[in-house]
Design a protein around this ligand. Structure first.
Ligand code: NA7
Length: 534
């Protein structure tokens, strides 16, 4: 089947759904979403692992474009769990009649730009071809599962799962010997829940990680009322903060206060819980000495919580600044190591050598008998979902070749040589350093406004330049280097979690406010850094 359209949007998660509303309902384009899953939801469709929950607070983890939606939808908990977010996204799909413009089970395997026709030809695994003027990738930043290439996995006689491709019917852990590899945000959420169900859980830790208690709880009626009646104020606050959350980062510095006051403020943040812990001071992610204070506070908490001193030491032996890797928040993660059925194994000093039919073997020869292996090993972040689609631009140039030394974009929105292709929340944009729905709505609106402008002016192509992308790339590097973020040399922000992936700090660390202003200025000044032609 070949179909002609104005726009194709790849992905039916938060970003693709709202982009469809912008293009189809606001601009009147003939737009279609292609989605590889069988339903909407993106991240929340795939990540169904035990304990899967958002680490943005529910009242800020939602769309802001519809007043009625803000006033009518009601979240039940401070941090919504996967099933609730998926219900929300299904509700949005129904409410705005999105499904009629979506093709599910449609995995995009290629997209090629035809310069003569000025069209993109988008191919799906099922052999369908969609011909369109505008191509928008809404594929998410963390959607390409990273299963480590461990020798012997295919011979494992038990079951294994990656958290990002979790079976819809769930996994029965009861009485099973479970091994979990990975202690990032996902692993930290999964451990306490799997521990409750499994016969025994062995956690294989390569890099110890900070985590702040989420203090998740049902929302009170008073808070629900506040969310519904004060949504304008809440959105204004979210749009005024660098990371799109509904809380202010206090500008005071860690050493502005004396030891006792600092301890009190950290305790207050710990008791309040969540990402807001970091907001007690403005310099935690900028100044190493300030960061050390926060890091030591958390390490002391870990030692207080975990009874076995050797386990506590291993969990608190953290080698990077606090929040330089994505900072997890948890519900009883460290407490789980006090259970009799949970053990921690250090695979930094003694790496995993192989999977064997009955379990795992470390390089020292120590072996573990396992029935189930859970890979909480993260994603080929940001570039992975784009590169796996085989996108070719002008003159058949492959995106994979253009990005061989790392991604280069202008504003995270466009790549030179790929006209009329927009990469929502692409590398070089705030994306994962921002509360995602905020970053997503800003991109979708900007792209829709750009297309509306072009149609009004009779323009047919927009393409950024190498110069603009190079300059933006230098700026992205500079703002990252002004923080402690690049000091976590093994982070997925840098691409360091995937063997062979170029090390480039991918998200824009300059903050959402500054980024939004830059994008608005670019548009207001005639799309500086882009070439628009008829
Ligand atoms: P992350 O944050 O990339 O964490 C992956 C974890 O898996 C991390 O602890 C890794 O250790 C570990 N890992 C990866 N490969 C291996 C191998 N081969 N051996 C041992 N351990 C390994 O992914 P998450 O899914 O937790 O979080 C991603 C984001 O999703 C999260 O920030 C939320 O926004 C949602 P490492 O640190 O690399 O040594």
């Amino acid at each position: 089947m070949t179909k002609d359209l104005d726009a194709v949007i790849i992905g039916a998660g938060f970003s693709g759904m709202y982009q469809l509303i912008c293009l189809r309902d606001r601009l009147g384009l003939d737009a279609q979403v292609l989605e590889m899953g069988a339903g909407v939801g993106g991240t929340w469709y795939w990540n169904r692992y035990p304990g899967a929950r958002c680490d943005s607070e529910s009242h800020s983890y939602c769309y802001g474009f519809s007043r009625e939606l803000l006033e009518q939808w009601e979240w039940s908990e401070r941090y919504p769990e996967q099933a609730e977010i998926l219900r929300y996204l299904n509700h949005v799909a129904d409410r705005f009649d999105l499904r009629r413009s979506m093709s599910f089970n449609s995995k995009v395997v290629g997209a090629a730009y035809d310069a003569v026709a000025n069209k993109w030809m988008v191919r799906t695994a099922g052999g369908d071809v969609y011909r369109c003027t505008w191509l928008i990738t809404a594929v998410g930043c963390l959607s390409s599962a990273n299963v480590p290439n461990i020798q012997g996995l295919e011979e494992f006689q038990g079951q294994w799962f990656h958290t990002g491709l979790w079976p819809h019917e769930g996994v029965d852990f009861s009485g099973k010997r479970v091994g979990q590899i990975g202690t990032g945000s996902t692993g930290i959420q999964a451990v306490p829940v799997i521990a409750q169900q499994a016969g025994h859980l062995t956690v294989f830790q390569r890099t110890a990680n900070y985590s702040i208690p989420a203090r998740n709880a049902p929302l009170t009626d008073a808070f629900k009322h506040y969310v519904k009646t004060q949504h304008g104020e809440i959105r204004a606050l979210m749009h005024s903060t660098p990371n799109g959350h509904a809380f202010v980062i206090n500008p005071r510095r860690v050493f502005d206060v004396d030891d006792a006051e600092r301890a009190r403020l950290f305790e207050e943040g710990w008791a309040h819980g969540g990402l807001q812990f970091r907001a007690a001071f403005g310099d935690v992610l900028i100044d190493q000495a300030a960061n050390d204070e926060a890091a030591e506070f958390i390490k002391r908490k870990i030692r207080d919580v975990v009874h076995d001193p050797a386990t506590a030491e291993l969990l608190a032996d953290i080698d990077h600044p606090f929040a330089a890797k994505r900072p997890p928040i948890d519900s009883d993660y460290f407490e789980a190591f006090n259970r009799d059925n949970v053990a921690l194994v250090d695979v930094r000093s003694d790496p995993i050598a192989a999977v064997v039919p009955g379990g795992l073997v470390l390089q020292s020869g120590q072996s573990f008998a396992l029935d189930i292996i859970v890979f909480a090993t993260g994603f080929d972040a940001m570039t992975g979902p784009l590169l796996r689609m085989d996108i070719t631009g002008r003159d058949g140039v492959r995106l994979a070749d253009v990005w061989a030394a790392g991604p280069r974009t202008y504003l995270g929105l466009q790549v030179a040589g790929f006209p009329n292709l927009f990469t929502m929340t692409g590398p070089g944009s705030p994306s994962v350093l921002c509360n995602m729905p905020v970053a997503i709505e800003q991109h979708a609106d900007w792209i829709a406004d750009c297309i509306a402008h072009m149609r009004a002016e009779g323009l047919r192509t927009i393409e950024t330049t190498d110069e603009a992308a190079e300059a933006w790339g230098r700026h992205v590097d500079a703002v990252a280097n002004a923080t402690l973020l690049p000091k976590a040399t093994h982070s997925w922000y840098l691409g360091a979690n995937v063997p062979g992936k170029p090390r480039v700090f991918m998200p824009y660390a300059g903050g959402m406010v500054r980024y939004r202003e830059k994008c608005a200025a670019v548009a207001a000044e005639g799309y500086q850094g882009f070439v628009l032609s008829a």
